[in-house]
Design a protein around this ligand. Structure first.
Ligand code: C2E
Ligand code: MG
Ligand code: MG
Length: 292
């Protein structure tokens, strides 16, 4: 499944080309080589607290700086390796890189968290959890505590027993867990109880539709209410417009993330962005509790 790009024709060409490439074994091989050659990079998208208007963290999104195709999005290569050992290797690199970045940012005085996306295959891999522990041995507890993982709801539901056990182990190690794309799966209240996550991230599709579609609005409100009942944090992703931001604030959402705040960017850019960031004065229009 290739992400549709509306940015420009060349990106679309890349996507089409990448899609063709995906069908070949060569593409698969290249991903392994790319890892060795250091062609992967993490981009970071800021997350902002809805009440204080402060940056609380960033989500790491992997990019492949392909020598010919340019910057490739995860949707262009993750599905290809999803069922192979490569996803474990890439996932390990991602965690390693996120920890390195957390350490660097902490040194620069940026005490924010980083969340990384974990595929279900990774979550269910026993060695992965062990490897996580090995990587953690190199860092202070405060750094490890700033690492979070995101698991898509549908992946967490795949094998409830294994998932809930893995989530518990992650949390035992001090890593908090977010259920990503929440609302797209079919979590029952019982599932939520057993999964014992720390946060729910409302799927972008509901946020995009909430101002025009009463069903989407109901889902957003429902997830916010559900999170409150379970004492979970709730994050809205894919926030693009000011009216969405104001509505999320009014509905009592905790954290928001989306192009309306910032696009994912390389770590170096993110440091500059963090220095300059100020909450938009428009945000205080509806939200009397915004402090800055
Ligand atoms: P996700 O975790 O749901 O991430 C959100 C995706 O939506 C990202 O795309 C992000 O760039 C994009 N996005 C963020 N804000 C907005 C917005 O306001 N509007 C719109 N239209 N899009 C927005 P990206 O980076 O292409 O990532 C796609 C998916 O690939 C992610 O979905 C995530 O599930 C997966 N992914 C990303 N990095 C990794 C990784 O390191 N490992 C694994 N296993 N999966 C990853
Ligand atoms: Mg995510
Ligand atoms: Mg998503």
């Amino acid at each position: 499944e290739v992400k549709q790009s509306n940015k420009n024709g060349y990106k679309l060409f890349n996507s089409v080309y990448a899609k063709r490439m995906q069908t070949t074994q060569a593409f698969f091989k290249k991903i392994g080589e790319a890892l060795d050659k250091g062609q992967f990079e993490l981009y970071y998208q800021p997350k902002v607290d809805c009440r204080q208007g402060k940056v609380v963290g960033a989500e790491a999104m992997v990019r492949w700086n392909h020598p010919i195709l340019g910057i490739l999005s995860p949707s262009e290569f993750i599905p290809v390796i999803e069922n192979s050992g490569l996803i474990i290797a890439l996932g390990e690199w991602t965690i390693q890189e996120a920890l390195r970045q957390l350490n660097e940012w902490a040194g620069a005085g940026f005490n924010i968290h980083i969340s990384v996306n974990i595929s279900s295959r990774q979550l269910h891999n026993q060695e992965f959890l062990q490897r996580l522990q090995e990587l953690f041995a190199r860092y202070d507890v405060e750094i490890i505590r700033r690492l979070e993982i995101e698991i898509v709801e549908t992946a967490a539901l795949e094998d409830m027993r294994v998932s809930s056990e893995a989530i518990r182990k992650c949390r035992d190690m001090g890593v908090s867990v977010t259920l990503d794309d929440f609302g797209t799966g079919f979590s029952s209240l019982t599932h939520l109880k057993h999964l014992a996550a720390d946060a729910l991230k409302i799927d972008m599709s509901f946020v995009s539709g909430m101002l025009i579609n009463p069903g989407d609005r109901a889902i957003v409100e429902g997830v916010i209410g559900l999170a409150a009942s379970f004492r979970l944090q709730v994050i809205a992703q894919g926030v693009e417009f000011i009216d969405q931001i104001l509505m999320l604030m009014a509905l009592g959402c905790d954290v928001m993330q989306g192009y309306g705040i910032a696009r994912p960017m390389p770590g170096k850019k993110m440091a500059i962005w963090l220095e300059k960031f100020k909450p938009d004065p428009l945000w205080s229009l509806s939200s009397t509790h915004l402090t800055s």
